[in-house]
Design a binder for this molecule. Sequence first.
Ligand SMILES: [Zn+2]
Length: 159
Amino acid sequence: MATVVDPIAARNEVERAVNALLGPDGLTSRPVWPGASTAAPAPGDWTEAITAARAIHQAADRLMHDYACRARGEGRTWADVADVLGELVDADTTAPDTAAFASMARDGDYVVWTCTTCGATVTDYGPYDANPANAEAGHTNDCARHCAEVAAYDRGSFD
Ligand SMILES: [Zn+2]
């Protein structure tokens, strides 16, 4: 079950981050809404706020990719990642796991992560080939996780 994040709370956190990036010199006191008698710190130049929000958007995108790689490193599947990507994965797709991989791999055909079981750097070619021996390269020969996944696949019970 995915954690539900309140979108208003997320917006408020991003707004705080924008204001922090602009710093005290980049903020001015503005009415909290047009015509309001109450004022609060707000960006002094909206185009500078756009620049800060864009930087946060790009950083969040890079973090999302990094978190997906860390989840894979800890053994989560691409289907697990698809479950939390929401609208970033086409709801009509019959293969949300490959859509999640494509979203995180972007222009490339692989992603790289560190396996938390063997400590090796693994190249992940996505969930296109059900055999983990073909889909992931780089685990140590004795990686318990990878050996178990390959053995499960060989028994025909890997899913
Ligand atoms: Zn490993």
